[in-house]
Design a protein around this ligand. Structure first.
Ligand code: ZN
Length: 267
């Protein structure tokens, strides 16, 4: 009896092993067959959320990289060699676009900034609610990203991050909050004949933090010199709510610093 049950359990084990192998192989095969690459669609929670972005599309592998954004800004080192940001923005007309992830203000002729002797051209700015970056662990109600391309290398970006906190009515936002496109797609874009200067939304004091990071949405390319303005500007709860109602929550969680240095420019 003992011998038979031993040999039986031996057979059972082999069968189990073979069955598991078949299940494993078919599971792998099913993954290949039934999960095509998803290079269009990402979300901020669930199966297509930030922790899965790198797996959704081969071109999004950078989302799992070591120099990702946003980050929590802490232990910044004062660097007197950094120099002030020079803004040479122009007054431009408003063209506001809802791309399904954010509200984007196109700014093709919006002018340039000069950062450490390099000139970057303003392409667009857009918003995130809540803020993506944190400063000393603190999160803000909204963050605006001004995306600039280096004139000599369009694959190198400088993005200025501007924080919004609750307070007085923001005159710059007042020009647009009643015209934000609720629906995704160009049919809903808003263009105004009125012109504005993007500089008008900046705080008077342009102290900033600088570090090397990435786009905060797929493909998360690590090509961004981040300039996060230290001083937040104010907007009313109602103004910020108008953005939030449309984009809901579009803030990527903070990434690890992984040894990167954060420099601090003080005027
Ligand atoms: Zn952004």
């Amino acid at each position: 009896m003992t011998y038979i049950s031993h040999s039986l359990s031996g057979v059972t084990l082999k069968v189990c092993f073979l069955l598991s192998l078949i299940v494993l192989i078919s599971a792998c095969k099913r993954d290949d067959d039934e999960q095509p690459e998803n290079c269009e669609h990402f979300e901020y929670e669930g199966e297509n959320g930030p922790t899965h972005w790198e797996d959704l599309c081969m071109n999004w592998l950078s989302c799992g990289g070591a120099s990702q954004s946003p980050i929590n800004i802490a232990n910044a080192i004062i660097d007197t060699s950094l120099g002030a940001i020079t803004t040479n923005y122009n007054a431009i007309s408003t063209h506001i676009h809802n791309n399904g992830h954010t509200i984007e203000f196109k700014a093709g002729t919006g002018g340039t900034i000069v950062l450490r002797g390099e000139t970057y051209k303003l392409k667009q700015f857009h918003i995130h609610t809540d803020s993506e970056h944190r400063i000393g662990g603190e999160s803000f109600l909204m963050e605006m990203h001004f995306v600039h391309e280096k004139i000599t290398d369009p694959n190198s970006l400088a993005v200025i991050g501007l924080m919004f906190k609750e307070g007085a009515e923001n005159a710059f936002l007042s020009q647009f909050v009643d015209h934000l496109p609720n629906e995704e797609g160009e049919a809903h874009d808003y263009t105004s004949a009125l012109t504005y200067n993007p500089k008008d939304v900046f705080p008077a004091d342009l102290d900033y933090f600088k570090y090397s990071g990435s786009l905060t949405t797929p493909p998360c390319s690590e090509i961004v010199t981040w300039v996060v303005l230290e001083h937040a500007v104010e907007a009313t709860d109602e103004q910020i709510l108008k953005f939030r109602e449309i984009v809901e929550s579009n803030a990527r969680p903070v990434a690890l610093l992984n040894g990167r240095q954060i420099s601090h420019y003080l005027d």
